[in-house]
Design a protein around this ligand. Structure first.
Ligand code: 5AD
Length: 338
């Protein structure tokens, strides 16, 4: 197991030669342990209402500039049907922390989707109770994403005026205990974040035993208190992906939207640094531009009329294979190559 110092050293070595060596090592580990397949997920952002006031996020309740929307169950089912029809094997259903998404409604929705379509369901709806996560699993949900955002307690407190790192980590335990494939992760380049704290993030992901990790650069949103802060460093985000892959070779690692927003070609680059998942935005156009976590979030990259086709093209042009399976965690399903 890599030590804190080893992880830290890989993150700080920013010269081109060290980066390329790290990239190659991560790419080899990726190929050996999870192969060339890249899993495409359809991302559906069902509501931008949020009861939280996170300092970095454009959906924070204090942002009065963004018009709020909520998709109806029928609208959500329609998108799930379209995804399943076009051979997409996972729907990622994401939302702000919307009180209207009570557990009864969430479970009903998951049950409807799972009984109607051949599709895995990933939920990403924020913090709930232990009992609620267990109910989501019983309703048929397969996975749950809840980034821990940062493992630095002081930084966490400064960025999240109405929640705590302790509760966040408790939620992650509950999610895992419920039998959901569990995803955490963090932003890179948050104001006040140090390399040590990113090294600790990676060691946290490892010791917790996550199945998935979403790692992307921080992008300042002008409608938040951090609007004037600098964006995260793209190369540091890439090195973090690589170190995550080396530390946890069987992980599902998305080439996050934020990497593509920060830099043109960013998601293809992420695939070279250990990523093996792409999330494609399937939110209906009328809502998409309102789910503004950060600027240009709605402009999926590479942008085209058919973003699923561009994702497939990108995967192929990287010499990789478009997965036709569900893309479940090999850790849970016991299918890992050693
Ligand atoms: N820049 C980059 N990522 C962000 N997120 C929220 N706000 C920003 C931002 N300004 C990330 C958080 C959250 C995920 C859905 O989006 O990590 O968990």
């Amino acid at each position: 197991m890599l030590s804190f110092d080893q992880v830290r050293d890989m993150l700080v070595s920013s010269d081109a030669e060290s980066c390329e060596r790290l990239r190659r090592a991560a790419d080899d580990a990726r190929k050996t342990c999870v192969g060339d397949e890249v899993h495409i997920r359809g991302l559906l952002e069902i509501s931008n209402h949020c009861r939280r006031d996170c300092m970095y996020c454009g959906l924070r309740r204090g942002n009065k500039k963004v018009p709020r929307y909520r998709m109806s169950d029928e609208e959500i089912i329609d998108v799930a049907a379209r995804l399943a029809d076009s051979g997409i094997k996972t729907a990622v259903i994401q939302s702000g922390e919307d009180p209207a998404l009570n557990i009864v409604r969430v479970c009903r929705l998951v049950e409807r989707i799972k009984s109607s379509f051949d599709i895995a369901v990933t939920l990403s709806l924020g913090e709930y109770s232990r009992e609620d996560y267990a109910s989501m699993r019983s309703a048929g949900a397969d996975r749950y994403l809840l980034r821990h955002e940062t493992s630095d307690e002081n930084l966490y407190a400064a960025l999240h005026p109405d929640s705590s790192l302790a509760n966040r980590l408790k939620c992650l335990e509950w999610i895992k205990d419920a039998g959901l494939q569990t995803g955490a992760g963090m932003m890179i380049g948050l104001p006040g974040q140090t390399i040590d704290s990113i090294a600790n993030d990676i060691l946290y992901l490892k010791s917790f035993g996550v199945h998935m990790a979403g790692i992307g650069p921080f992008i300042p949103d002008p409608d938040t208190p951090l609007g004037n802060a600098a964006a995260g460093d793209f190369d540091l985000a890439m090195r973090t992906l690589a170190v995550a892959r080396l530390t946890m070779p069987h992980l599902l690692i998305p080439a996050t939207t934020a990497t593509g927003v920060l830099r043109h070609g960013g998601r293809a680059r992420a695939l070279q640094f250990g990523a093996n998942v792409i999330m494609v935005n399937a939110t209906p156009d009328s809502f998409r531009e309102l789910y503004k976590i950060y600027p240009n979030k709605d402009r999926d990259e590479p942008y085209s009329e058919d973003p699923f086709k561009s994702a497939r093209d990108m995967i192929l042009s990287e010499g990789r294979i478009v997965s036709e399976g569900y893309g479940h965690s090999p850790i849970i399903f016991g299918t890992r190559n050693e």
